[in-house]
Design a protein around this ligand. Structure first.
Ligand code: SAH
Ligand code: SF4
Length: 396
């Protein structure tokens, strides 16, 4: 089977249902153990021939090596018999995404270009702050949703990242930050936002499976309170996200009228603002101590007027939402159809929301020198595939 059968061309501006995609077959035929629940590791070992008792013990040991020690080689697992290590390595694998490029910004922000085992590139960003360190994790290669201000939405091909590729991002960050063995004290990496490439609720099962391991006290051990999932508004999946994953919710609202949101966030044509805000009001676990974040990208003369700010306040009140608003200065990319609002306009917008008693910080762009702004991960991947296309064209 060619790996490319798992890539889907963008079906149009709106892809209304989450599309289940079979896991990509690895070229070497080995079974990936990263990203599997402990019970499934056990089952995999048993079906490879270990007796049930041994399979259970080995699963426990392997899990510990993967998530507490950061090991990616069976030969490092010193409590597993030397003779059994090659047997495991022939059948199973413990893969991290491949690092194609790693960059560090003058402000400490780090960006990685990563590659899947079947050759697709995606990105990950780490943003250190005084009191925390946030890893911005991707859920898909590309995105089917085509928001007009978002560079990821212009990528031609999409594939869901597998659980191993999602958990693997967090593990890679720990490798780079020197944070093994896993311990909760003194970590730089304290928070995770699912705000990299892709729409996490269109890859629900894989994101859920991966985040379960990230949140497992015996796994990577990050509290669900320190994890935020950002969605453009896949309404039918929002309650499941709250019930089954239980992390903080961020919603990419970006506009307060149907006309403007239809234009800039096309999924709005399928799930409108009223439906979206009702789903937010019903989001399990949201309360004043755990607010929903509304992301609002500031686009000049598009969504940034005083009237827009007042309407935003009205909507938040109408739906009685425990909300905070994150104002994101638009990060331009070549060919983008919008410009960023002026600083003055952004401040005026922020003040109106703030004076209504709703927190409305203006997000400071980070890692500008390496194009690392979270959420608009610049697609070096895309640039590369374009270069590849050019080469192909030249060779033809
Ligand atoms: N697909 C999800 C998560 C990834 S995008 C979502 O849309 O919520 C993460 C955030 O970055 C979203 O709020 C997104 O709208 C925002 N974003 C995308 N492109 C941007 C750009 N060029 N400038 C500023 N923010 C952008
Ligand atoms: Fe996809 Fe989010 Fe970008 Fe929209 S903003 S195209 S949903 S990644």
């Amino acid at each position: 089977m060619s790996a490319d059968t798992n890539l889907m061309p963008i079906p149009g501006p709106i892809d209304p249902v989450p599309v289940p995609r079979a896991a990509v077959q690895r070229a070497d035929g080995k079974v990936e153990l990263v990203g599997l629940p402990k019970e499934e590791i056990r089952a995999a070992l048993e079906s490879a021939g270990l007796d049930p008792k041994q399979a259970k013990l080995r699963a426990k040991q392997i899990w510990h090596w993967i998530y507490n020690r950061g090991v990616s080689d069976f030969s490092a697992m010193t409590d597993i018999a030397k003779a059994q290590q090659p047997w495991l390595a022939e059948r199973f694998t413990l893969t991290r995404p491949e690092v194609v490029e790693a960059q560090v910004s003058t402000d400490g922000t780090r960006k990685w270009l990563l590659r899947t085992h079947d050759g697709h590139d995606f990105e990950m960003v780490f943003i250190p702050d005084a009191d925390r360190g946030t890893l911005c994790v991707s859920s898909q290669v590309g995105c089917t949703l085509n928001c007009r201000f978002c560079h990821t939405g212009t990528m031609k091909l999409v594939r869901n990242l597998e659980p191993a590729e999602i958990v693997g991002q967090v593990m890679l960050a720990r490798d780079a930050l020197g944070e093994w063995p896993s311990s909760p004290e003194g970590r730089m990496l304290t928070n995770i936002v699912m705000m990299g490439m892709g729409e996490p609720l269109y890859n629900f099962d894989n994101v859920k499976q991966a985040l379960k391991i990230v949140m497992d006290g015996d796994g990577l051990g990050l509290s669900k309170r320190r994890i935020t999932l950002s969605t453009s508004g896949v309404v039918p999946m929002m309650s499941r996200a709250g019930e089954e994953i239980g992390v903080n919710l961020a919603v990419s609202l970006h506009a307060v009228t149907k006309e403007v949101r239809d234009e800039i966030v096309p999924i709005n044509k399928k799930y409108g603002i009223e439906e979206l805000l009702s789903a937010c009001a019903a989001y399990p676990g949201a309360n004043n101590a755990r607010r929903i974040t509304f992301e609002y990208v500031m686009l000049k003369d598009k969504n940034d007027s005083d009237a827009d700010a007042r309407e935003l306040v009205r909507l938040i009140r109408q739906y009685k939402l425990p909300a905070k608003v994150n104002l994101i200065p638009f990060n331009p990319w070549p060919g983008a159809p919008y410009e960023c609002s002026t600083d003055e306009r952004i401040r005026a917008f922020s003040n109106i929301v703030f004076e209504a008693g709703i927190s409305a910080p203006i997000r400071t762009p980070r890692g500008r020198d390496i194009d690392a702004a979270c959420g608009q991960l610049k697609t070096a991947a895309e640039k590369k595939s374009r270069a590849e296309r050019d080469r192909e064209a030249a060779a033809a």
